[in-house]
Write a protein that binds this ligand. Structure first.
Ligand SMILES: Cc1ncc(COP(=O)(O)O)c(C=O)c1O
Length: 389
């Protein structure tokens, strides 16, 4: 039988990542060092009280049933966290858990869009921002994030006729991959604009706790009136290193949450109880670890961005996220893929080609700050010794 798969599967071929992975494994097999700064998985561990809560709950046989819904204590812990962390008051109907923001962003378009509805997504942007709406057969309309527009959407410059076809817009600051934060007043402006244009805002807030130089990570829901048009994805992956447990939340507009819950009730039977208990421990627990971790990320950022600048590569300091972003040196043109490959071969430093985040990422690279400072310093030295810069 000749197997024929959906055309969309062609979009998911691993391509460069598979090749890079093979090259990395080849290097490791030869006993050579690899500085893996490509994957955004935190190398920190979750706090002990979080792991204890999961372990305790995992010992109880009753916790292996379908959970079907979020426990009221879990919803309550989100209410507590949003009040304490962002000054945002939530009610239970404004909250639902997702298997990480990734899953939520993958599916929310299916609950909001009919085929052909427009969705505004950033370019460059985190890949699922485009993949999710595409799976819902929505029509992607990219908005450019460039130095000229301070890496913000040009709201006033958008065509009104096009905007009439748009169902929702995905926004995310601090932003992966470009590592920029939203300036004060931006969300206020965005919320007003969204109301006027009748467009739902989906804010992905994965990095509000990894933000540098005294900047404050906020929730878009702290803007007056935001709940009329906004929902936000809040993730436990990066703030609490609860990454593999797959726990995040959609919070905000009640109707959007209820509508999305209806879709997800068809897809899954609820989050494993021990994962819910661990999340409660995280959300209601102390915050010192989160703040110390942020300081450590900042030290790593300084080592990487400052280190690369000191050897002649102008990588600007990230404003937030666990990444650094910059253009490849001019002499390499815009072929970020070839550059990443050569850098890997000559220095052992592995980073991610910017073009994997959209056409405006071409000619750029993204580094993950997932190694300790001393390792990052060694990686910078390896880049210098490669003679590539
Ligand atoms: C911007 C952004 N959103 C969402 C995610 C996925 O987070 P989660 O683990 O909650 O699915 C990531 C992970 O790197 C991310 O960078």
């Amino acid at each position: 039988m000749e197997l024929k798969f959906a055309d969309r599967m062609k979009d998911f071929e691993e391509g460069i990542f598979q090749v890079l992975n093979e090259k990395k494994n080849e290097r490791l097999a030869q006993g050579k060092t690899v500085y893996n700064l490509s994957v955004g998985t935190p190398d920190f561990k979750p706090a002990q009280h979080i792991m204890d809560a999961v372990a305790e709950a995992a010992k109880k046989p009753g916790n292996y049933k379908y959970s079907l819904a979020d426990m009221p204590e879990l919803t309550g812990s989100v209410i507590e966290r949003f009040k304490k962390r962002y000054g945002v008051e939530l009610v239970p109907e404004e909250i639902m858990s997702v298997y990480g923001s990734q899953e939520g962003i993958t599916h929310i378009g299916m609950s909001l869009c009919n085929p052909g509805d427009g969705v505004l997504v950033p370019n460059p942007g985190y890949p699922i921002f485009a993949i999710g709406p595409s799976l819902a057969n929505a029509r992607l309309i990219t908005y450019d994030l460039t130095e000229e527009n301070s890496y913000l959407p040009d709201l006033e410059g958008m065509d009104d006729e096009v905007l009439k076809t748009v169902k929702f817009m995905i926004v995310s600051y601090p932003m992966n991959p470009i590592c920029k934060t939203a300036p004060e007043g931006f969300y206020e402006k965005l919320v007003l604009w969204a109301k006027k244009k009748n467009i739902i805002i989906v804010h992905d807030n994965a990095y509000s706790d990894i933000i540098y130089d005294g900047r404050k990570g906020i929730s878009i829901l702290s803007v007056p009136g935001a709940k009329e048009v906004c929902v936000e994805f809040y993730s436990l992956s990066k703030s609490y290193n609860y990454t593999g447990a797959r726990m995040g939340f959609l919070v905000g507009n009640k109707e959007i949450v209820a509508n999305f819950k209806k879709l997800r009730s068809q897809i899954d039977y609820g989050t494993f109880f021990p994962v819910q208990y661990g999340a409660i421990a995280a959300l209601t627990g102390p915050d010192d670890m989160i703040k110390e971790q942020c300081r450590e990320y900042q030290r790593r950022r300084d080592a990487l961005c400052g280190g690369l600048r000191s050897i002649g590569w102008d990588i600007k300091d990230s404003e937030g996220t666990m990444f650094a972003w910059g253009a490849i040196p001019e002499k390499y043109g815009t072929d970020d893929v070839a550059f990443v490959m050569e850098l890997m071969q000559k220095s052992g430093v592995l980073c991610t080609p910017g073009s994997s985040f959209g056409s405006l990422g071409k000619g750029h690279v993204r580094f993950a700050l997932t190694l300790p400072v001393e390792e990052i310093q060694k990686a910078v030295r390896a880049v210098k010794e490669s003679g590539m810069i």
